[in-house]
Design a protein around this ligand. Structure first.
Ligand code: MBD
Ligand code: FE
Length: 309
């Protein structure tokens, strides 16, 4: 019995009606996208002989995913968010745009409106007894010139891999700050070394990953938006060298130029010479951002983001 009917004349016509293509209302772009996705889904149901039980399991899954607020997490875990990065890379290459620091995914855990400091900030509230981290560097343009007044918007997890706002046990904006670079383009912050992230073990994202035999772990990492007047906003992360998941990130965010060494300063002479009273780890990382030009448009991606009350 041939059950391949998606490409028949009857279904072809039906897909146009179902996608609103025969209506003069609505948005042409929305119609084009829905028509394509619906057509591909009909064909997939045909080709894979997706059963009604499987189909309704998928419908329930979408409800569970939205109910848990994990659609953004699944977008990262299925590599779709990384794919968008690769397409922006391809667009830059085609336009001859010189790239500085590589872009990599924002992820679903940014919170807008973190406190703003000049030059230096302390990110953690002192309650997490992780290793003290000092991270610093310079924001430069493609030509190597420091960019004063750039905003380094930084966010990272605690030693449990949990992010403030989403983890209500943490104080507001814990491990989230915006730092304006000084006259030499420098930024510096003190925080604690984050641990890697793991998807909520009982959530729908992890359930899908289990079904396809994948883990839901990320290496220890720190997120950044780096922006400055006249420059394109950079969305990136650093991934900390030595982590077990460095090259096995469930969200595919690691890129070679984004791997940073965390250098330990355990010897009292070494940390006291740096004005520290206890051992700390140091990460030095410069960001290179791209000036806006005729062929370089800004790319602040619009998406619904959290903002603490
Ligand atoms: C994270 O911390 C993260 O950065 C991504 C991309 C997905 C889930 C958790
Ligand atoms: Fe993260």
């Amino acid at each position: 019995m041939d059950t391949h009917i998606a490409k028949s004349a009857r279904i072809t016509e039906f897909l146009k009606v179902a996608s609103g293509l025969t209506s003069n209302q609505g948005s042409p772009r929305a119609k084009a996208i829905i028509h394509r996705l619906l057509s591909d889904l009909f064909t997939a149901i045909d080709d894979l002989d997706i059963t009604p039980d499987e189909f309704w399991a998928g419908v329930s899954y979408i409800n569970d995913l939205g109910g848990a607020g994990e659609a953004g997490l699944l977008a990262a875990g299925t590599g779709l968010e990384h794919f968008l990065d690769l397409r922006m890379d391809a667009a830059d290459a085609a336009a001859g745009v010189e790239i500085g620091t590589s872009r990599t995914i924002e992820g679903p855990l940014y919170v807008a409106g973190a406190p703003l400091s000049e030059g230096r900030a302390r990110l953690d509230d002192g309650s997490d007894k992780g290793k003290t981290l000092i991270m610093h560097g310079v924001v430069r343009d493609i030509g190597g010139k420091p960019v004063p007044g750039a905003i380094v918007d930084v966010w990272h997890a605690n030693t449990k891999g949990m992010y403030s706002f989403f983890d209500k046990s943490q104080s507001q904006y814990n491990m989230r700050r915006r730092i304006q670079t000084d006259a030499s383009g420098r930024y510096e912050f003190q925080s604690i070394l984050p641990s890697g992230y793991g998807c909520p073990p009982d959530g729908p994202t992890q359930a899908l990953l289990d079904a396809i035999g994948r883990h839901g772990q990320r290496p220890a990492h720190i997120h950044f938006f780096v922006s400055a007047p006249g420059h394109r906003q950079l969305t990136t992360q650093i991934n900390i060298a030595g982590d077990k998941y460095l090259h096995d990130d469930f969200a595919f965010a690691t890129r070679d130029d984004l791997i940073a060494d965390a250098v330990e300063h355990n010897d009292p002479q070494a940390f006291q010479a740096r004005g520290m009273t206890e051992p700390f780890v140091e990460i030095q990382f410069d960001f290179v951002i791209t000036a806006l030009a005729k062929h370089v448009v800004d790319e602040i991606v619009q998406r619904r983001r959290a903002e603490a009350a």
